[in-house]
Design a protein around this ligand. Sequence first.
Ligand code: ZN
Ligand code: ZN
Length: 351
Amino acid sequence: MNLMSEFNLIDHPHRRYNPLNGEWILVSPHRAKRPWQGQVEKVVEDVRPKYDPKCYLCPGNERIGGHINPEYTEPFAFVNDFSSLLNDTPEGSWTDGELFKADSEQGICKVICFSPRHDLTIPQMEVDEIKPVIDLWQKEYNELGAIPFINYVQIFENKGSIMGCSNPHPHGQIWASKAIPVEPEKESIRQLAYFEKHGRTLLADYLDAELKKEVRLLASNDHFVALIPFWAVWPFEAMIVSRKQLQSIAQMNDAEKLALADIYKQLTVMYDNLFEVSFAYSAGIHQAPTDGKDHPEWHFHMHFYPPLLRSASVKKFMVGYEMLANPQRDITPELSAQRLRELPKVHYRLI
Ligand SMILES: [Zn+2]
Ligand SMILES: [Zn+2]
């Protein structure tokens, strides 16, 4: 056989398998070798005030609906004034033959302000200022998860207007629901099958392998590793995985929560430094459902899905083939990881 034509992941189009959700992604590394087209523009960023009298998340301000925020100094959670889920929806289901099916859904949606400061973001906050955010996530997961009808607590953050985030004040959301939503449900099924076969979590074995290979690692500390998954869809998609198997944030001790704050900052500083812009993303935690059962198959992790591709203004679109067939990327996850790893560790605004 001609060695030149032997299949490899650096030169040849290929499909990669995501063992967490059972889906495939198309990788076209030969296309990333084309010269980049278009300018790499810098975006002029507005300087935000520490307090904005018109912001409905700033301390002391009135929200739509008439609630007044307290003069909070620590991370602060409240029930979303425009909740997508309501806790008093009557139970029930509706069918009309085999093809029409609906179930009523109950839940609670909350907003978490990460800081009283309007002008900050996670990568600009100190680790000891992020730690209270993690403490509050844990408290909310425990409290919401203890409600009998809540079976899953989705903690997430939408950062940046291109991710549809309407307010730049640093904040995240929690949607707690009766149903286990689609993405965690897919991962639940795969992780359970793997755990039953091997007696270990899928992500424990995956993380061990990535720590040996080293090519997709971004950052680490005593308790967590940040990496670009082998099957990443978005150009700079990343995952934070706990070194120890933790089913959920409920099992984290103080040192682990501090370490999660640290890796959250390390990763988001890399992101901001990549194009020297406040880097947009959707991020969130995947962890054990709160359905009252033990979940030894679940391994705590966070996903980061950022849309930017090659500058502060050029984003990846999920269109055409990706909507109709499956996702596709050009730059390989290994090259993306290398680019992120080589960046300065200090936030660009502080240099
Ligand atoms: Zn604000
Ligand atoms: Zn996940």
